[in-house]
Design a protein around this ligand. Structure first.
Ligand SMILES: C=CC1=C(C)c2cc3[nH]c(cc4nc(cc5[nH]c(cc1n2)c(C)c5CCC(=O)O)C(CCC(=O)O)=C4C)c(C)c3C=C
Ligand SMILES: [Fe+2]
Ligand SMILES: [Fe+2]
Length: 319
């Protein structure tokens, strides 16, 4: 008697490459990490010391790899319902596990078709495009071929917007009901050099689209929120502003005393939030006599994870 062989799917898994900025696992890795971010330009010891000290104050390592892993696990769980064989890979732009290593693993696994998504909802030639270029150059380097479909942006997705609007409401709710009308919400994102504007980069337009939608969904009055950039790089060229510290000063001059800070360009809690907002901006706010509340980043918020799963699913359906 022969035992029937269970029917097995012969469909090859679709690779899903999740990409993020990358962060050091300990302070000894800082010099190498900065060398990669600064494309080999020498980092002065003053800047190295300053940034190392920032990381020391948030626990001596970047929390980004762990948040990324948790976001990927949750998204893959949400995608199980599609019933399609999928395989997740994680590649970082500026530190290990490198995007190039993830592409190598995908080639070794025989992946033929894949979707690439950056854990950053807004497109820029200086961010998302650079991640995509790394995939292309890794394929060339390994003389391999994978048919990649790129997700460029997802900055107006309803789940992402609603999750951020929830954060805004959570922040405002820190004040007693009678005081909430006086709370001002500052929405922000990573600054980039001003030159991107002349190059027709969609980054700032997309950010302002997200911000306006978040404000609308949170039911904010037009005068109850404003936009600011943050975390400008340490290079001599002009960066998009206003920067968060000067923006807080301008708000204080207008009499604002209660502020909720919600960074819309970052999807997890890492140094640009944990140091740049929770320590540096908080210090400025206190000096100005303001109370500043910063609700947690999206991290594994089910609405955000649902957004990632939905944009991936839609891309997969269109292949
Ligand atoms: C939209 C673009 C960028 C995002 C998002 C971003 C996130 C991010 N950055 C750091 C840490 C550092 N960034 C640094 C410099 C730097 N960052 C960007 C863009 C984004 N970063 C640019 C264009 C630059 C300048 C690079 C250069 O050529 O000089 C640095 C280096 C020191 C400095 O210039 O401040 C650090 C450190 C993290 C952790 C992060 C989170 C996702
Ligand atoms: Fe950066
Ligand atoms: Fe930065």
């Amino acid at each position: 008697m022969t035992t029937p062989i269970p029917e097995q799917s012969t469909q090859k898994p679709l690779g899903i490459l999740f990409m993020a900025y990358g962060g050091p696992e300990n302070l000894d890795e800082m010099a190498g990490y900065l060398a990669d971010i600064r494309a080999g330009r020498v980092t002065s010891s003053a800047i190295l010391d300053e940034i190392t000290n920032n990381y020391r104050q948030i626990g001596g390592k970047s929390p980004l790899p762990e948040f990324t892993q948790a976001q990927v696990d949750a998204t893959m769980k949400a995608l199980e319902a599609t019933g399609r064989p999928l395989k997740a890979y994680i590649g970082m732009r500026h530190w290990s596990p490198w995007i190039e290593d993830a592409v190598r693993d995908m080639l070794d696994d025989g992946i033929e078709q894949a979707i690439a998504i950056v854990l950053a909802p807004h497109y820029s030639s200086l961010s998302v495009e650079k991640y995509q270029k790394k995939i292309k150059s890794a394929l060339k380097m390994y003389h391999g071929h994978i048919d990649f479909a790129f997700i460029n942006d997802y900055h107006t997705e309803p789940g992402y917007i609603t999750a951020l609007a929830d954060r805004v409401r959570e922040g405002i709710a820190q004040w007693p009901e009678g005081e909430r009308d006086d709370v001002h919400v500052v929405l922000s994102a990573h600054s980039l050099p001003v030159r991107i504007e002349k190059e027709g980069d969609p980054y700032s337009r997309q950010l302002l689209e997200s911000a306006a939608l978040v404000a609308q969904h949170a039911g904010l009055r037009d005068d109850q929120w404003s936009w600011s950039y943050q975390s400008a790089g340490r290079s001599p060229e002009p960066w998009l502003g206003p920067q968060l510290d000067e923006h807080l000063e301008a708000l204080a001059e207008k009499g604002v005393k209660k502020v909720v800070s919600v960074p819309v360009g970052f999807v997890s809690d890492h140094v640009e939030i944990l140091f740049d907002i929770d320590i540096a901006a908080q210090e400025v706010a206190q000096e100005l006599g303001m109370k500043l509340v910063r609700p947690p980043a999206l991290n594994t918020d089910p609405l955000f994870i649902g957004t990632l799963a939905s944009v991936i699913e839609r891309k997969a359906a269109a292949l």
